[in-house]
Design a protein around this ligand. Structure first.
Ligand code: UTP
Length: 294
C-alpha cells in the first residue's frame, strides 16, 4: 500500500487533445507548441513542475504530437552549430532547461476519449506512487508557482490536492467545480466535486484550474470509469469516487495569481501580452509599442 504522503516525484502532462478551438493552427501542430513569447506553452508548464521539485516528466501524446518529444530532446546539430558560431547565449537558452537522460517518458493515447482516459494511459509510467498532473494549456501566472504552493499543502495534509480559483457564477457550468468546507481559506477540505454542473446547481463558484496531486488509486477507478459530461471519460468523476467510495481526503488550494487558458484564442493572446510585459528584456519596448495602438 502506498503511503498517502509519499514524495511527489513524477508529473503527468496530457497533450493528446485535438485542440479544435485553435484550428487551423492546430491542424498539423500541437496546441501545446504554440508560443507564449518565445517559449512553447508546454515549456512554461514543465518549468512550473521543475520549480516545484518534479524529477520525471510523463507526456501522454497523440497523433501529430511528435514535435513535443523533439522539443524536450537535445538537438546535437543545432547545439554544435551554435557553439561553433560563438552563440553561447542561445546555446545556454536551449540546453539550460532540458530534462536530463531518463527524466522524460512518453506514452500514447490512441483516441481522445477524455482527460480521465488520458491520465489512465500514464498508469504504468506513474506506477504505485502519488503524482502531479498539470494541464498544459492552462498557464498559471504567479510569483510562487501554483504547483509549488500545492506541494506545500500536500506536505501538511497528504492525500489529494487540487488547485481552485473563482469564476463568475454564470460560468460554473463550463468547469469542474468543487464545494469546500472553508470557502475563504487558502487551503480547505473539499466536500463536493462535479464536472460542468447544469446552470444553477453548482456547489460554489470555485473551479478546478488544471493542477492536481493525486494518489495512484485513481488509476483503478479510471480503468472502469464510464463516459460522463460531453461523452468523455472525466477525471472529476473518478476523483469523486476516490473521495466518497475510497474515503480519500481531498484538499483545495486557492490559486491567487492569473490563469490563461491557452487553448482559447483570447486566453492565448492575453498570455502573450502579460508574459511579454513581465520580461525585463522586452517589457518596456513592448509597452511603448502597445501604447501606439490606442
Ligand atoms: P481540452 O478540454 O482543452 O481539449 O483538454 P482539447 O481537445 O485539447 O481542446 P479543444 O477543446 O478541442 O480546443 C484539456 C487538456 O487535456 C488534454 C488536452 O491535450 C489538454 O491539454 N486531453 C484532453 C487529452 O490529452 N486527451 C483527451 O482525450 C482530452
Amino acid at each position: 500500500m502506498p503511503k498517502h504522503n509519499s514524495p511527489i516525484r513524477k508529473a503527468v502532462f496530457p497533450v493528446a487533445g485535438l485542440g479544435t478551438r485553435f484550428l487551423p493552427a492546430t491542424k498539423a501542430m500541437p496546441k501545446e507548441m504554440l508560443t507564449v513569447v518565445d517559449r512553447p506553452v508546454i515549456q512554461h508548464v514543465v518549468d512550473e513542475a521543475r520549480e516545484a521539485g518534479i524529477e520525471h516528466f510523463i507526456f501522454v501524446t497523440g497523433r501529430n504530437k511528435g514535435v513535443i518529444e523533439d522539443h524536450f530532446d537535445s538537438q546535437y546539430e543545432l547545439e554544435r552549430t551554435l557553439a561553433d558560431r560563438g552563440k553561447h547565449r542561445e546555446l545556454e537558452m536551449i540546453t539550460r532547461d532540458l530534462p536530463g537522460p531518463g527524466q522524460t517518458s512518453f506514452t500514447r493515447q490512441q483516441a481522445p476519449l477524455g482527460l480521465g482516459h488520458a491520465v489512465w494511459c500514464a498508469r504504468d509510467l506513474v506506477g504505485d506512487e502519488p503524482f502531479a498532473l498539470l494541464l498544459p494549456d492552462m498557464l498559471h501566472h504567479a510569483e510562487t508557482p501554483c504547483l509549488a504552493e500545492m506541494m506545500k499543502a500536500y506536505g501538511e495534509k497528504g492525500g489529494n490536492v487540487v488547485s481552485v480559483s473563482p469564476v463568475p457564477s454564470d460560468q460554473t457550468h463550463l468547469y469542474g467545480i468543487v464545494g469546500v468546507e472553508q470557502p475563504k481559506a487558502k487551503v480547505s477540505a473539499i466536500s463536493k466535486m462535479v464536472e460542468k454542473p447544469p446552470r444553477g446547481t453548482a456547489p460554489s463558484n470555485l473551479h478546478i484550474t488544471g493542477r492536481y496531486i493525486l494518489q495512484p488509486e485513481i488509476f483503478e477507478i479510471l480503468a472502469n470509469q464510464e463516459s460522463g459530461s460531453g461523452g468523455e471519460i472525466q477525471l472529476t468523476d473518478a476523483m469523486l469516487t476516490l473521495m466518497h467510495d475510497k474515503k480519500q481526503p481531498f484538499h483545495s488550494v486557492r490559486f491567487d495569481g492569473h490563469i490563461y487558458d491557452c487553448g482559447s484564442k483570447i486566453g492565448f493572446l492575453m498570455a502573450n501580452v502579460v508574459y511579454a510585459l513581465a520580461r525585463d528584456d522586452l517589457g518596456p519596448s513592448f509597452h511603448s509599442e502597445l501604447k501606439k495602438l490606442f
